[in-house]
Design a protein around this ligand. Structure first.
Ligand code: PGA
Length: 268
């Protein structure tokens, strides 16, 4: 029942792939078709230099824009960093924090992720906290421990009433960009573990409110089986979502998965 309060999200992570001049055309292409799926929340995340053009193109649409990273201080001598206050001022709604590529190539730690998540929340930005598996787990038990620790450390000090707006994106490193998504059953297993961790850290009211997503080689062909899993509230999509037609299809699939979940509840 609680899952019905969590509207499905489809988040495109463009990474470092598009040019400012390409972003408006993408948004214009998806804008009208997405009106068919008002229950699905579409978010496009782009690199900083694209953000002003993306915000402008998405004005008066249901599409929200996200950043792919930010710093935790508002202002100061931090050359090359992006301020959360600047993102807020620009009209950005979401920010991906601790993506596997940031953790692996730019040494982002759970401690930094936590600082960034807190700063985002202070600036009305919804943090999409990415949880990866940077070490190769030996078995499912090991995998659970790794994921649980990342969740605990990333959310440290964030109070219950605020944490409800946080989004957690579970992205097994091995699945990212590999073309091979995790099986829906294994993804559900990990996401359930994350929700149980939230219930342990806070309570079930919080655990049932937080949106948890799966990411890693999601495409229109495999998104339905992933999105009908009880704990999967959305998908974070890289490669496949570079194509606007795929993004529309992913939203259509998210809508179909939502209808399946509603039907399943009715059968109870
Ligand atoms: P992918 O990337 O869909 O290309 O695997 C997902 C991500 O890194 O967020």
């Amino acid at each position: 029942m609680e899952m019905m309060n969590r509207r499905p999200l489809v988040i495109a992570n463009w990474k470092m792939n598009k040019l400012p001049s390409e972003s408006a055309a993408y948004i214009q292409k998806i804008e009208n078709p997405l009106k068919r799926y008002p229950d699905v929340i579409p978010v496009l995340a782009g690199q900083d230099v694209l953000l002003p053009a993306m915000v402008e193109a998405a004005k008066n649409t249901a599409i929200s824009i996200g950043a792919e990273n930010m710093y935790w201080q508002d202002r100061g001598a931090f050359t090359g960093e992006t301020s959360p206050a600047a993102l807020e001022d620009l009209g950005i709604s979401y920010v991906i924090i601790g993506h596997s590529e940031r953790r692996n190539y730019f040494r982002e730690t759970d401690e930094k992720v936590n600082l960034k998540a807190q700063a985002a929340l202070q600036h009305n930005l919804i943090p999409i906290i990415a949880i990866d598996e940077a070490i190769k787990p030996r078995d499912d038990n090991d995998r659970s421990h790794w994921v649980v620790n990342e969740v605990i450390e990333s959310l440290e000090g964030i109070p219950a009433e605020v944490v409800k707006s946080v989004i957690i994106a579970y992205e097994p490193t091995a699945a990212i960009g590999s073309g091979q998504a995790m099986t829906p059953a294994l993804a559900q297993f990990s996401l359930r573990r994350i929700r149980l961790t939230l219930a342990d850290m806070y309570d079930w009211d919080v655990a049932n409110a937080v949106r948890i997503m799966y990411g890693g080689s999601v495409k229109p062909e495999n998104a339905y089986e992933l999105m009908i899993q009880d704990d999967i509230d959305g998908v974070l999509v890289g490669d496949s979502a570079l194509n606007p037609d795929n993004f529309i299809e992913l939203c259509q699939v998210a809508n179909r998965a939502l209808l399946t979940k509603i039907r399943r509840l009715d059968e109870f």
